[in-house]
Design a protein around this ligand. Structure first.
Ligand code: LFR
Length: 490
C-alpha cells in the first residue's frame, strides 16, 4: 500500500516548513515540500508576525502536497504565547503581536507586584517570562479586549482559517500562564484579579482532536479533498518532546529542544509545583498523553541568529566551523541576561559589551563571538540540568538534543563536556515528526503510544560522550558571572 499520509506545518520564529509525512511499516518518512522565512515585522515601534504571509505560504505548501496524492490530515504547530483576537464574525482584530515586542516593557513586573508570585505560580506553574500571554493581555488597550470575542493562539488561528474551529489546543494553552496544569482548564482568576475580561477564552482541545474538514475555500485553493484538520501538539516544543527518541522504559534522561530557544527539561507524569520548582523558576507545560514538560527556557541560538543577521547572513556552517577553531576558556556571557531578548542589529555589540563589563577579553571576530555564545549556552544548559536533577531528586545521565540545533556538533560536544553527561543528538526534524505522528496516532495509522518507537525506527542518532577539555575552574567562572541574575532566576 501507499502508507498513511499526513501534512505538518511547523512555524518557527525564523522559518516555516510544510512537510509531507508517510507512515509505513512502523516507520515515518518526512519530505519537506516548502520552506519559507519568518520573523518579526517592525511597524511604528511595535513588532508583529506576518500571519497573512504565513497563511499564503501554508496554502502554497498544501497545494504542493495535493499534487502528491491524497492526504489524510493536516496540523499546524508554532512557537507559544502569541495570539490573535477575533471579533464576533471571526474577523481578525488588528495585528498579531510578536512576543519580543517592546510593548511589554515593565508589564510583568507590575502584574507580579499586584498579584504576587505565589498566586501566579501556584495557579499555573509557569516560568516568569516577560512575554507570557498573561502579561501580553495586561498590556492590551481595554477597548480591544472588550471587542474581542475569541482569543486564538497562532496555530489555533491557522486551524480556524483552515476549517472554522474556534478552540485552543492544550499544549499551547498551557504556555500562557493562564492555564491550570492540574485540572487542564483555564485559570481565569488571574485575569479577573487584574479586572480583565475572560469571555474570549475558548474551549480547550487535546492534541489529536479532529477539528473538522477543510473549508470549501481552502479545498478550492489547494486541491486537497477529504483531508481532515487534526490538532497536533500545537506548541512546537511539545511536538518536539513527543518525538524525543527515548526507549521504552529508559530512565534518567532529559531533553534539549534546540532552535531559536533551548528548552531544557524532563518529562514528568504530572505538574511539579513545589517551592523548589518555583524557586528555580521552572515551567510546567502540558505534553502529549497528559504528561508534563518540566523545563526552562534558555535563550538558545537566537543570539547567534541575530548576530548573523547583523553580519549580512553568512553561512551558518562557516560560522560554526570558525567557532570550532577558537579555543575553549575564552570570554563568557550570561545568555539569559534580559539584554539579549529584544531583536536588533547591535546583537554583536551587546555580546561584546557584556564581556567588557565583566572584565573579560572582548571577542572581536564572528568566530570568537559565536564561540563565546555557544560556550555560554552549553554552560547554562549544564546549570539547568543540575537544577532539574535537584528539583526531581533523580539523576540525569543522558541528554537528548532534538530540533535544528541538534546539527550543531560543537554545541552538542560542549554540552556533553561541560555537563559531564552523554548527549544523544537527533532527530533534527523532531518537531515535524512529533506533529505528524500525533496526527497518525489519532487517525489510527500508528498504534497508540508508539510515537517514540516509530521515531527510533526512522533515523540514525549521533552520540557525544563527555570528556573534552574543560579548563580548571571553568564551571565556577560561569556561575560567578550569572550569580546576580540567578538570584531572581528569571
Ligand atoms: C520555541 C518556543 C518556546 C517558547 C518560545 C516563545 O520555539 O515555542 O517553547 O517559550 O518559543 O513562544
Amino acid at each position: 500500500g501507499q502508507g498513511s499520509r499526513h501534512v505538518a506545518v511547523d512555524l518557527g520564529a525564523s522559518s516555516g516548513r510544510v512537510a509531507l509525512g508517510t507512515v509505513q511499516g512502523g516507520r515515518l518518512s518526512v519530505e519537506i515540500l516548502h520552506r519559507f522565512p519568518n520573523g518579526g515585522v517592525p511597524v511604528r515601534g511595535g513588532l508583529y508576525w506576518d500571519v497573512l504571509g504565513l497563511w499564503r505560504e501554508i496554502l502554497h505548501g498544501l497545494r504542493l502536497a495535493s499534487g502528491r496524492g491524497p492526504v489524510a490530515s493536516v496540523g499546524v504547530n508554532s512557537w507559544a504565547v502569541d495570539y490573535g483576537l477575533l471579533d464576533d464574525g471571526g474577523e481578525l482584530l488588528g495585528g498579531v503581536h510578536h512576543y519580543r515586542s517592546a510593548r511589554l516593557g515593565g508589564v510583568m513586573e507590575r502584574v507580579r507586584a499586584r498579584l504576587g508570585d505565589g498566586t501566579i505560580y501556584g495557579a499555573t506553574g509557569i516560568q516568569f517570562l516577560p512575554f507570557n500571554t498573561l502579561y501580553q493581555l495586561a498590556a492590551e488597550p481595554p477597548e480591544r479586549l472588550a471587542r474581542a470575542r475569541t482569543l486564538l493562539m497562532v496555530p489555533d488561528l491557522l486551524h480556524f482559517w483552515l476549517c472554522g474551529a474556534r478552540v485552543t489546543e492544550r499544549t499551547n494553552a498551557s504556555t500562557t500562564q493562564l492555564f491550570e496544569p492540574r485540572t487542564g482548564e483555564w485559570a481565569p482568576s488571574l485575569l479577573e484579579a487584574l479586572n480583565l475580561p475572560t469571555h474570549f477564552l475558548p474551549p480547550i482541545a487535546l492534541p489529536g482532536t479532529d477539528l473538522g474538514e477543510l473549508s470549501p475555500e481552502v479545498v478550492r485553493e489547494t486541491g486537497l479533498h477529504g483531508t481532515r484538520v487534526i490538532a497536533p501538539a500545537t506548541h512546537d516544543t511539545a511536538s518536539a518532546v513527543a518525538a524525543v527518541p527515548a526507549a521504552a522504559g529508559e530512565t534518567g534522561w532529559a531533553y534539549v529542544s534546540s532552535g531559536t530557544w533551548s528548552l531544557v527539561g524532563v518529562e514528568t507524569p504530572g505538574p511539579v509545583l513545589t517551592d523548589a520548582a518555583c524557586a528555580a523558576n521552572l515551567t510546567n507545560e502540558a505534553g502529549v498523553n497528559g504528561t508534563t514538560r518540566l523545563l526552562k527556557n534558555v535563550m538558545g541560538l537566537w543570539i547567534v541568529q541575530e548576530c548573523r543577521r547583523a553580519w549580512g547572513n553568512p553561512d551558518f556552517a562557516a560560522l560554526y566551523e570558525g567557532a570550532g577553531n577558537v579555543p575553549a576558556g575564552g570570554p563568557l556571557i550570561d545568555p539569559d541576561d534580559a539584554r539579549f531578548l529584544p531583536p536588533g542589529l547591535d546583537m554583536p555589540a551587546r555580546v561584546q559589551a557584556s564581556c567588557a563589563q565583566t572584565g573579560q577579553p572582548v571577542p572581536r571576530t564572528p568566530a570568537e563571538i559565536v564561540r563565546c555564545v555557544l560556550e555560554s549556552l552549553a554552560h547554562r544548559t549544564a546549570d539547568v540540568l543540575e537544577q532539574l536533577e535537584a528539583v526531581q531528586g533523580q539523576p540525569i545521565r543522558t541528554v537528548h538534543v532534538v530540533g535544528g540545533g541538534a546539527q550543531n556538533g560543537l554545541l552538542n560536544r560542549r554540552v556533553a563536556d561541560l555537563s559531564g553527561r552523554t548527549v544523544v543528538a537527533g532527530p533534527v526534524e523532531a518537531t515535524l515528526m512529533g506533529n505528524l505522528l500525533v496526527q497518525a496516532e489519532a487517525s489510527g495509522s500508528v498504534p497508540r503510544g508508539s510515537v517514540r518507537e516509530v521515531v527510533r525506527a526512522s533515523g540514525a542518532l549521533t552520540t557525544f560522550p563527555p570528556g573534552g577539555p574543560v579548563p580548571a575552574g571553568e564551571r565556577e567562572r560561569f556561575r560567578e558571572l550569572t550569580v546576580r541574575r540567578r538570584a531572581d532566576e528569571v
